[in-house]
Design a protein around this ligand. Structure first.
Ligand SMILES: [Zn+2]
Length: 386
């Protein structure tokens, strides 16, 4: 039989995502790997593997190990945040913004913005904010609004670039081991956040949309220092992530087992998690499938109340205002943030936030160049990851 690379492409929210089945890489589960009907049946079958906390935790350990091995994360030294540079502090109404870089792996620099509440003298929660695919989304208004609002609520917030985006231009986005590098960068970003003054290590959250949702549930799955998570418009029974940075390494299919992003997201149990879903993408079935599926797993811990779903049937694939409002309420409740500080007449008001220019948020500039030991180019970065 003549088999070749089958590529289905579709346009979503302005981004091109590829769904692919590659017979030459049978251990990858990418894009719309299942039909919706297949996904429902697959999850009926998966549910048979566990019926209580003990049997789930056995399965959870297998899936977690599969992520670590499939992404080759287990072969890495634990990524630290070293050679930290923080500069260009800008102060606004209740918070500040700084531009940040630090080294994760040797010669790799994570880049982003640190939003901090004006010092309160109290211990503060922290929130990691990865972003989805697009043109430098860290710099976009919707990301700035999310980070600024959370900072005004009392959280130290770190928004960081996907590889190949924003200031992280040491390599292209679509390098073969993008899953590995982004997981390493997320871990280093968490270490960076935890190293900030007056951080309460018991109140660490993470939220991102789309590909940033994937980064959120992957890090929450392998690192229980993430105490609260809000993956937005991503957890799907039939869609595995359309980009090489989400599903380009064999984290879903291992010699021992096969899993889905629903089971991976469930590894957050019993820590609080909010699934934000909508009617316009692969999260459209969440109230009927993904949410009750994961809820059952939370019930093994008596923690059904720690999992929530906000479903917006008339909305599309983004991290727009209504999705942010849902995330703010949930994060405020579970991270003990001061939501009243951002309310005007009882409603959350983002209009006070400053929207900065790309130049104001830029990490590397004439006065703060990319460090000399930074790797440059896909070949150099890929060699490091091999
Ligand atoms: Zn990607």
């Amino acid at each position: 039989m003549k088999s070749s690379f089958l590529v289905l492409s579709f346009i979503l929210a302005g981004n091109v995502a590829l769904a692919q089945y590659n017979p030459e890489k049978p251990d990858l589960r990418q894009g719309r790997f299942y039909t919706e009907e297949q996904a429902a049946k697959v999850h009926q079958d998966l549910a048979q593997n566990y019926s209580d906390k003990k049997s789930w935790e056995k399965r959870a350990a297998l899936i977690r190990q599969g992520i670590l091995e499939g992404s080759e994360f287990n072969l890495l030294k634990v990524p630290k945040a070293s050679n930290v540079t923080i500069h260009s502090k800008k102060e606004f109404n209740g918070y500040s913004v700084e531009n940040v870089s630090f080294q994760s792996l040797n010669g790799i620099y994570v880049t982003g913005n640190l939003y901090r509440p004006i010092q309160t003298g109290k211990k503060m929660a922290g929130v990691l904010c990865p972003h989805g695919h697009g043109q430098d989304p860290r710099l976009k208004e919707y990301t700035q609004q999310r980070c600024a609002t959370l900072a005004r609520m009392g959280a130290v917030v770190f928004a960081y670039d996907m590889i190949g985006m924003g200031d992280m231009k040491q390599c292209d986005h679509k390098i073969p081991k993008a899953v590995k590098l982004q997981l390493a960068n997320s871990t280093a970003a968490l270490n960076f956040l935890l190293s900030q003054p007056d951080i309460d290590k018991e109140r660490i959250g993470m939220t991102g949309e789309s590909g940033g949702g994937t980064q959120t549930f992957l890090l929450a799955a392998i690192d229980n220092r993430i105490k609260v998570s809000v993956p937005v418009v991503m957890v799907s029974a039939y869609f595995f992530g359309g980009c090489i940075c989400e599903s380009g390494m064999p984290i879903h299919k291992r010699p021992t087992h096969e899993t889905t992003n629903v089971e991976i997201a469930a590894l957050a149990a019993p820590r609080p998690m909010l699934l934000v879903s909508d009617g316009g993408d692969w999260t459209k079935n969440t109230p009927n499938l993904e949410y009750p599926y994961i809820k059952r797993i939370y019930s093994f811990y008596g923690a059904e109340d720690k999992l929530e779903n906000v479903h917006l049937p008339d909305e599309k694939h983004d991290y727009g205002i209504s999705k942010r409002l849902a995330a703010y309420e949930f994060l405020a409740r579970h991270l003990k943030l001061e939501i009243n500080k951002v309310k005007v007449n009882g409603k959350i008001d983002e209009s006070i936030n400053a929207v900065l220019s790309p130049a104001q948020l830029q990490v590397f500039d004439a006065g703060h160049p990319l460090p000399a030991d930074a790797l440059k180019g896909d070949d150099a970065v890929t060699k490091l990851l091999n």
